[in-house]
Design a protein around this ligand. Structure first.
Ligand SMILES: [Zn+2]
Length: 53
């Protein structure tokens, strides 16, 4: 099973969420926990799919 490193909490996960969380137009892969933290009240949040390793 493949994993990706979550740039927010620096841990590896086999399921990541592809999201936009700022105005930069960049996509980020965040873990479930960090996605929930980052989208809370976030006007820039766009969900782009789920990545599974
Ligand atoms: Zn994380």
């Amino acid at each position: 099973m493949k994993t990706k490193l979550c740039p927010s909490c620096k841990k590896e996960f086999s399921v990541m969420y592809r999201v936009k969380v700022d105005s930069s137009k960049n996509w980020y892969f965040l873990c479930k926990k960090c996605t929930e933290i980052n989208i809370n009240g976030n006007q820039f949040y766009i969900y782009g799919g789920t990545w599974k390793g």
